[in-house]
Write a protein that binds this ligand. Sequence first.
Ligand SMILES: [Mg+2]
Length: 208
Amino acid sequence: MTSRAAALARARRVALVVMDVDGVLTDGRMVLTERGDELKAFHTRDGIAVELARRAGLRTAMVTGENSAATTARGTKLGVDAVLVGVRRKGERVDALRRELGLPAEAVAFIGDDLLDLPALQAAGLAIAVADAAPEVKAAAHLVTRAAGGAGALREVVEFIVRAQGAWDAVLAGFIRDHGGVALAPRAKPSPTPLRKRSATRRGKRAR
Ligand SMILES: [Mg+2]
């Protein structure tokens, strides 16, 4: 099985999409005002991705080591199912969440970019690193997105998972119709390829 086929098989079992915030939903920079208030830039296509995930029956969660009002506001606005802030041990917190939801570990997809994400990535059924993630995080991932953090990486991931589950065309048609548009003809092939597969050669070398 190619690494892409293996990732598709993993994606079919996903029921909960958990995302780190800084460096995944943002480019990782934190802008501080002189009063110490924090500003973050989120990508609007990732916001739509949360709604597409919901329409596909997926649950969503944000988990961050920071305690940020901007993150809580963004999560609340988008209707993310769980917004977990101030979490330094993400593996344990995500595990508790998926148990609360009655899900097996295979049902969790986790998207991360840095070292604090490793425990959650190592436990996830589908581990995803953004394009500009730390090398250690990419090495632990089943998939690496084309987009960098803050540049639509979540949208890619949601499309990959929902396509793997065979629901993409229906979800997209429903979204467009509900906003006054006409459903698109299904694309014969996803274009561009939503996610880059990991190099089998590199993984083989690492395994030795
Ligand atoms: Mg991060």
